[in-house]
Design a protein around this ligand. Structure first.
Ligand code: HEM
Length: 505
């Protein structure tokens, strides 16, 4: 017994010494990049974790930690544009330096995505959530390139035109719901737009025609929201999340959400693949239809992998677009001169018609300017992660050591005073026709080959929904004294308590 204990303690000590030495060696490769000091004590093992924990406590809560907070910290305390933090055994280089971000995002062969497994979102608590090879996380260029080539046509403008009717039908349902609510005066438009965005992505994505918009509570809506909330929690609390007595409620909610999402999508995929093999012409002309047809010609992709992609479409397509539309409504109602200009443009484009045509969307120039400005101030996805290869690389005179996780903040770059005058102001004139934006200073959909596949889809959806909303209803700001939109960051950065608007018919 005594010998066994002796051996175990010795082994632990050897492991600690080994970890200590290897951490010391690794960290020595980063001495040229600004950082906070790590005292030579047990803290070497956790790197900056104790410092981050202290910062979280100072900010008033253990759940507050997020990367935006860390970036804020870098800018204020160190006043640099690139720094490194050691988080347990990982080296994270945070940057808001445009030339570095530009190179890293453009060169997807050198700087790959970290991958779902490494990012710990392939499986959470034993559940396959985003899987290993979903398009959004896939690090390998070959697999990703094959998928992207297969999916790209389904998101091109030419094809999006076919989705216009579905988007309009769902928008009309939303207007119907709002007509019923005019007596309630004040409503949370963010919650309604989440359902609108979900119904649009489900209908256009795989012809799941369910009246999410009409429901008070939608289970699928809740499932996506839960996933986007609990997965980041499992990362933030990575040291304790796995413990069987911790976060039981959250684990249960994640399990239910995941099985509802994957179960719903799986049934649709299986039924569709069967229909397609029996009669390819009967397959609906939605995004799934496009992908299945392409897959028949360009090789095989397993149903589980396809499932990962569609779960990603739901997750990536719902909250992001709802956030953008709601934040924009909030800004528009705060600035009456902008509101008048938007309504005038929309009325002119409608020109007495009941509904807009696809071609009309290009005429909504000022609305598009406002959308772009909203995405500058409120990018729903704030960060992009990439990884340096297994060799050191020099970018803009900075040596990035091998196997470094590089974290780039879209939000911070889009609000740098060096590139944007009066950056906190909502000013759609920045995007007026003819105005030039410096490359890589504005990338709410990311940049380079791995940029968002759904960006035209999202802009089209936002235009269809917002144009109808402002054309059919008179909206007003019920809380003019509030000057700041409170947000919360999980996987997306969204309005903390919704967005409340007053509505008159
Ligand atoms: C306002 C709405 C949206 C915003 C702001 C947004 C933002 C982004 C960003 C920033 C990325 C890249 C992340 C990175 O570099 O690591 C991304 C990727 C992606 N987005 Fe979106 N997105 C939006 C809507 C959508 C929609 C509607 C869909 C699907 C229908 C979608 C599907 C995807 C996919 C599949 C990727 C991965 C692309 C790849 O790696 O090749 N997104 N999105």
């Amino acid at each position: 017994m005594f010998i066994a204990l002796h051996v175990a303690v010795s082994a632990l000590l050897v492991a600690l010494v080994y970890w200590h030495i290897s951490a010391y060696n690794t960290r020595n490769r980063y001495t040229h990049i600004p950082s906070f000091p790590i005292p030579i004590s047990w803290k070497w093992i956790g790197g900056h974790l104790p410092l981050i924990a202290k910062r979280r406590r100072q900010l008033g809560g253990h759940r507050i930690k997020n990367f935006a907070m860390i970036l804020d910290w870098i800018r204020k305390d160190l006043d640099v544009n690139t720094m490194v933090l050691f988080v347990a055994n990982r080296q994270m280089m945070y940057t808001i330096h445009v030339p570095i971000s530009a190179k890293v995002l453009s060169d997807h062969r050198t700087f790959m995505k970290p991958g779902a497994r490494e990012s710990k979102i392939a499986y959470v608590n034993g559940e396959r959530v985003f899987g290993d090879h979903g398009i959004i996380m896939e690090p390998g260029t070959e697999v990703w390139y094959h998928k992207r080539k297969m999916m790209d046509p389904a998101f091109q403008k030419k094809y999006l035109k076919c989705l216009m009717e579905d988007m309009k039908t769902i928008t009309n349902k939303m207007c119907h719901v709002l007509e019923q609510k005019t007596d309630q005066k004040i409503i949370d438009i963010y919650s309604l737009l989440n359902k609108v965005a979900l119904e649009i992505i489900c209908t256009c994505g795989f012809s799941l025609r369910d009246d999410f918009v009409m429901l008070e509570e939608s289970e699928l809506n809740k499932a996506v929201t839960d996933m986007l909330e609990i997965i980041p929690l499992s990362l933030r609390e990575s040291l304790t999340f796995w413990m069987p007595w911790k976060f039981n409620q959250e684990k249960k909610r994640l399990k239910e959400a995941n099985s509802l999402l994957r179960g719903t999508v799986r049934k649709i995929l299986e039924a569709r693949i069967e229909t397609h093999s029996e009669n390819p012409d009967a397959s609906p002309n939605d995004i799934l239809g496009h992908i299945i047809r392409a897959n028949m010609f360009s090789g095989n992709i397993s149903i589980e992998d396809l499932l990962d992609d569609f779960v990603v479409f739901l997750a990536a397509g719902m909250e992001t677009t709802a956030i953008t539309m709601s934040c924009l409504i909030w800004h528009i109602l705060k600035q009456p001169e902008i509101s008048q200009k938007i309504v005038a443009e929309i009325n002119e484009v409608y020109g007495g018609k009941e509904e807009l045509e696809f071609e009309d969307l290009n005429k909504l120039i000022y609305l598009e300017q406002c959308l772009k400005e909203c995405l500058r101030l409120h990018p729903p996805i704030q960060l992009s992660f990439r990884r340096s290869p297994n060799r050191d690389v020099i970018v803009d005179h900075l040596l990035i050591p091998r196997e470094t996780t590089i974290v780039m903040s879209t939000e911070a770059i889009q609000q740098l005073e060096t590139h944007w005058s009066n950056p906190d102001k909502f000013d759609p004139e920045r995007f007026a026709p003819g105005k030039k934006i410096q490359p890589f200073t504005y990338s709410p959909f990311s940049a380079g080959p791995r940029q968002c596949i759904g960006k035209h889809f999202a802009i089209m959806e936002a235009k269809v929904v917002l144009a109808a909303l402002f054309q059919k209803f008179q909206l007003y700001d019920p809380y003019p004294e509030e000057t700041k939109l409170e947000k919360v960051t999980n996987m997306t950065c969204k309005p903390k308590d919704g967005v409340f608007i007053g509505i008159q018919q």
